[in-house]
Design a protein around this ligand. Structure first.
Ligand SMILES: C[C@@]1(CC(=O)O)C2=NC(=C\c3[nH]c(c(CCC(=O)O)c3CC(=O)O)Cc3[nH]c(c(CC(=O)O)c3CCC(=O)O)/C=C3\N/C(=C\2)[C@@H](CCC(=O)O)[C@]3(C)CC(=O)O)/[C@H]1CCC(=O)O
Ligand SMILES: NC(=O)c1ccc[n+]([C@@H]2O[C@H](COP(=O)([O-])OP(=O)(O)OC[C@H]3O[C@@H](n4cnc5c(N)ncnc54)[C@H](O)[C@@H]3O)[C@@H](O)[C@H]2O)c1
Length: 214
């Protein structure tokens, strides 16, 4: 059975605590910052140079000390990423007792959430998870998806967003709205940035759906 439910979390204003300061903790922290997290605390005895730099630049807070069980009470999202299995187990337990989501980097099933591989293209976020079966497979598929959905998708997604906002205001008929939006998503990758006139595009799309339906 596949036991994970995928969601997209909004992390602005949410205290995220990462315990551990090695390369794995660093990867988790970078993922949080890319998602816009603005309250990230890292508790560890030793930090990677990049974590030190992020703290210096004010992007995260670091606390150079041993983890204490009370730390879990301050977090809403918790990561156990130390090299001490027994400590990671305790962190997961503390998190569950505090009623928050805990990621355990060394033993997936003992935590309550896991991280997928991620490709970010502006507002388009493509994620892959093998549910812990093979992180290497997720990473490989992420590379394939990054090739298939290149940086051009930043603009494509932004254009579709603008079109959708306009369509929601101007097309009252739900069926037509849905058809226009579907057709636009098919067409958008083939358009250049210079096809900037959204209203003209909407007119063409409506005409195309009329033709299809007659
Ligand atoms: C996707 C990614 C995101 C991220 O970390 O943010 C991620 N692992 C990544 C890479 C990676 N991790 C490991 C390797 C070495 C090859 C291998 O072991 O297969 C590679 C490959 C590499 O480095 O290229 C080792 C490893 N990983 C876990 C364990 C412990 C265990 O199995 O219980 C061990 C053994 C540790 C040890 O031996 O001590 C556990 C987890 N790793 C997960 C996520 C979650 C399940 C994701 C899924 O199944 O899809 C889960 C369950 C929990 C979690 O961490 O959230 C990131 C890819 C970034 C990218 O390239 O896109
Ligand atoms: N999830 C994954 O994708 C993945 C991949 C590879 C490894 N791992 C696992 O992740 C874990 C961490 O790997 P790493 O390479 O970052 O380890 P590391 O040895 O580089 O770092 C361990 C960190 O834990 C901190 N630490 C130790 N005791 C502490 C305590 N009492 N309080 C607070 N911090 C403490 C250390 O100061 C250090 O910063 C390992 O157990 C490894 O098995 C997970």
């Amino acid at each position: 059975m596949n036991g994970y439910y995928p969601v997209m979390l909004k992390l602005q204003g949410i205290r995220c605590i990462v315990v551990g300061g090695g390369p794995i903790a660093e990867r988790k922290v970078l993922g949080l910052l890319e998602a816009g997290a603005d309250q990230v605390t890292v508790i560890a005895l030793v930090f990677t140079p990049q974590l030190e730099e992020l703290a210096h630049a004010g992007h995260i807070e670091t606390e150079a000390r041993a983890y204490a069980s009370e730390d879990a009470l301050a977090a809403r999202l918790l990561f156990a990423a130390t090299d001490q299995a027994e400590l990671n187990r305790q962190i997961a337990l503390d998190g569950e007792q505090a009623g928050i989501w805990v990621n355990r980097a060394d033993e997936a099933e003992a935590g309550t959430f896991i991280n997928p591989s991620v490709v970010r293209r502006g507002e388009l976020v493509v994620t892959v998870s093998a549910s812990g079966a093979s992180p290497a497979l997720s990473s490989r598929i992420r590379e394939e998806l990054a090739q298939r959905y290149g940086p051009e998708y930043i603009g494509i997604t932004a254009r579709l967003k603008e079109l959708r906002e306009r369509v929601k205001l101007t097309i009252g008929d739900r069926g037509l709205r849905r058809e226009v939006l579907k057709l636009a998503a098919h067409e958008a990758p083939w358009q250049g940035e210079e096809d900037g006139d959204i209203d003209a595009w909407i007119k063409r799309l409506i005409a195309a759906t009329d033709r299809r339906n007659t």
